[in-house]
Write a protein that binds this ligand. Sequence first.
Ligand code: PLP
Length: 425
Amino acid sequence: MGINDRKKSAAAFQEALTVIPGGVNSPVRALKSVGTTPLFVKEAKGAYITDIDDNKFIDFCMSWGVFILGHGNDDVNNAAKAAIERGSSYGIPTLAETELAKRVRNAFPSMERLRFVNSGTEATMSAIRVARGFTGRDILVKFEGNYHGHADHLLVAAGSGVANISNASSAGVPQGFVNYTVVLPYNDEEALRKYFKENGDKVAAVILEPVACNMGVVVPDESFLHAVREVTEKSGTILIFDEVITGFRLSFGGAQQRFGIKPDMTTVGKIVGGGFPAAAFGGREDIMRVLAPEGPVYQAGTLSGNPVAMAAGIATLDTLSKDGFYSELEQRSDNFISKLEKIIAGKGIQLNRCGSMFTMFFNSSPVRNFQDTKKSDQERFAKYFRNMLSRGIYVSPSQFEGNFISVCHTPEILDYVLKSIEESI
Ligand SMILES: *Cc1c(COP(=O)(O)O)cnc(C)c1O
């Protein structure tokens, strides 16, 4: 392995720039923060992606965690192909929607009723609307460094010092859209309790990543998760676990199964669509009943419950639900992580990990919240990324993202990766 040149990708990027802003359809793909330009993918299979210059890379991004079964899983592909032959969308119900919904509920018993949408962004946006419709309250609490998609009222940064004042974190978001969003520090039980003591009865919903993965992997104290559950329950606030990334990743039943905490509502995405655009939101039956056509909260989608995505999702979940799937993945991840710990010891790197996802922070002190992540040496990370790339390994292209181990990352592949990490850092 190792790459020869990326001439065709470089040219493709110039071409893309003439028609697509920044040349990419999602900003982080531009690889700007790691000081290079994107590779353009020709194909992917298992743990590998091949670019249009015919360089082969071990992939640790895995479409941001989607491909826990590896790229191009045969069962998933065959299910999707068979579905396409029957037509790719109708705007009329199909049996596959109920079948996948039952499988999701089987994994997440807290999702007594659920509805499919096309992206994680839509799932969180819809869940929050439902929570507001159900409680008749407006305020939403989220946590610093947690990402829930790009709906206007979620593109919010904490205001300086004062929890009750938030600012939009993107241009184009009117102040009025963020006035009802309160940002609290992640993994800070004291700040949470203080805010809820004074304001709990006005809060419609708390949304959080039960294990943060969009500021790099940050695992909260279990006591923090229990505190979130406790204060929301006490104040009649809907607790939404955003498991778009952790769902079907940290266990079949996500973080809520792993930590034994039952939220009122849950969002899942990424893995659930088997590589196609699908996500879902759901929760307690009495809450979900507010949705149209049963109730007054509107939500809809032309391609929602898309039959190709449903077929891929069913095939994916059927494989994941087999005995021993998660214990084997966990075991393999344990082995990799314990070897990695030895390699990075004393090198000014923090290794954060939960299950099969991990982040190496180029940071000399422990990373427990968003402020800690900011102390990372981004230049060093960028160099590390480029070093790994030159050795044929595509790690997630930002200090603030997770890396994902799939069942296709064999012990042999992982050993090569470990050797490369040792050389790259
Ligand atoms: C990826 C992600 C989203 C957004 O999902 P999209 O499908 O990209 O809209 C929301 N929440 C979390 C936790 C995510 O990881």
